[in-house]
Design a protein around this ligand. Structure first.
Ligand code: ZN
Length: 200
């Protein structure tokens, strides 16, 4: 689909797994590293020929099975699927972490369960809530309910110590992101991470 108001259609690429054509930006890009290994290029900025796959474990598996990476990128040898899957997941996780850092510097992060819940009650401010994996059950339940009522996605990721470190605090079991491009990007990478890890 061509977005209205733009003169040129967004570039499209086909997925090596399912073979369908999608907007390039919505796909995962891979390149061959100088050493001839498969390298995820989440920012889609690395030089060289790219290979594209849907943000989906099934398509990644299909692409490996069909030897799409080997053919398209002249990769010498692919790691076993589990290893590849883990490598992609780690890339996604570190991308999410660095985006959280960017959001923090841009002043787009609100932290602490009370502040986040107050903001959810006011409505219209937040685009994404992240709870730590080790959040206390009671608080986690409260935050999830408030987020659901406000129509804001609520994801679970990392420990409170790790989340805290990303925003310069000791611990953060709840953090939220203001509406905008950064929150959208974090959510997209987070959801891809979940799909690639295969938790959902
Ligand atoms: Zn696909």
């Amino acid at each position: 689909m061509i977005p209205s108001g733009t003169s040129r259609p967004a570039p499209q690429r086909s997925c090596l797994g399912c073979g369908e054509v999608f907007e390039k930006k919505s796909l995962l890009r891979f390149v061959a590293s100088p050493g001839g290994e498969l390298l995820p290029d989440l920012k889609q900025k690395l030089p060289g020929r790219g290979a594209y796959v849907c943000r989906d474990l099934l398509c990644l598996k299909q692409a490996v099975k069909k030897k799409g990476f080997v053919r398209t990128l002249k990769i010498s040898a692919l790691p076993p699927l589990a290893e590849l899957q883990q490598g992609v997941a780690l890339h996604l996780l570190s991308r999410v972490e660095s985006l959280i850092g960017v959001a923090r510097k841009a002043g787009h992060v609100c932290g602490g369960s009370n502040l986040v819940m107050q903001s959810l009650e006011r409505g219209g401010e937040l685009a994404l809530v992240i709870c730590s994996e080790d959040i206390s059950e009671g608080i986690g339940e409260k935050v999830r309910r408030k987020a659901a009522n406000a129509g804001v996605p609520c994801e679970q990721l990392l420990t409170k110590a790790r989340l805290g470190a990303l925003v310069g605090r000791d611990e953060r079991s709840v953090m939220a992101f203001a509406r905008g491009g950064l929150a959208k990007e974090i959510l997209q990478e987070l959801r891809t991470y979940s799909k690639i890890v295969g938790e959902h």
